[in-house]
Design a protein around this ligand. Structure first.
Ligand code: SF4
Ligand code: SF4
Length: 220
């Protein structure tokens, strides 16, 4: 078999997920080529695939990624029909660096010079104060420990997480109304709501008139 030494434009990397943004990408945001609507925040403490260790690990430093299409991680700028990037000329630094056949460069980039929300939402933007407050009030809990210790009978923990989930949602709803945020803007400004982070751990959510009810079904 011929050894691969160039991009075959198969799109697999774009379908696996949009890139994390680095300081080199800040001009794309400043020039308006990428908007808040295009981004999603993976907050410190969230569980994500770590390319260096090839395992699921808690994120040590916040990441800003290009968001996915609907509920998938496939990059929103990936055109499946044409198998191409719709922002090719101004694609992020990680996309330019990625060579799936030789991963040294991309692994060298992992975790370095990452952009965070505070690099993007500048001083003077009222959302900056709000996201700092939200992060202080609702930091991502220790999902690894929860995942290790939770069982159906952990009623106290489930109730506590349910209370925080509802407060987190109430905070978001207030900000959405005040700043007229779209869902994607909300996911960039505040990251994903707690109940969504708990779902892959086996938590279930039911909407009721008094807020969401959290349950636990099984470990995935
Ligand atoms: S870098 Fe690799 S995975 Fe990505 S499009 Fe090119 S050949 Fe496919
Ligand atoms: S920005 Fe373009 S190259 Fe980068 S992951 Fe998205 S579609 Fe692929």
């Amino acid at each position: 078999m011929k050894h691969q030494n160039e991009c075959k434009q198969c799109g697999t990397c774009c379908e696996k997920g949009g890139p994390a943004l680095h300081t080199q990408d800040l001009p794309l945001i400043e020039k308006g080529l990428l908007s808040f609507d295009n981004l999603i925040t993976i907050r410190k403490g969230e569980l994500a695939h770590d390319p260096v260790s090839s395992s699921v690990a808690s994120v040590k430093n916040e990441l800003i990624k290009i968001r996915g299409i609907k509920d998938s991680w496939t990059c929103i700028f990936y055109d499946k029909t044409r198998k191409g990037c719709t922002i090719y000329d101004h694609r992020p630094h990680a996309c330019k660096t990625l060579k799936c056949w030789d991963t040294d460069d991309i692994l060298g980039l992992a975790g370095k010079n990452l952009l965070s929300r505070l690099d993007i939402v500048k001083e003077g933007n009222p959302l900056r104060k709000r996201l700092i407050e939200h992060e202080a009030l609702f930091p991502c809990p220790d999902l690894k420990t929860i995942s290790r210790t939770i069982t159906r009978s952990s009623k106290k923990t489930i109730k506590k997480l349910e209370r925080i989930s509802n407060k987190d949602l109430a905070y978001r709803i207030r900000a959405i109304e005040e700043f007229k945020l779209s869902v994607s803007q909300e996911l960039f400004i505040f990251g994903r709501p707690l109940f969504q982070l708990l779902a892959p751990l086996g938590f279930t959510t039911r909407e009721t008139s008094s807020g969401i009810k959290l349950g636990f079904s099984h470990k995935h």
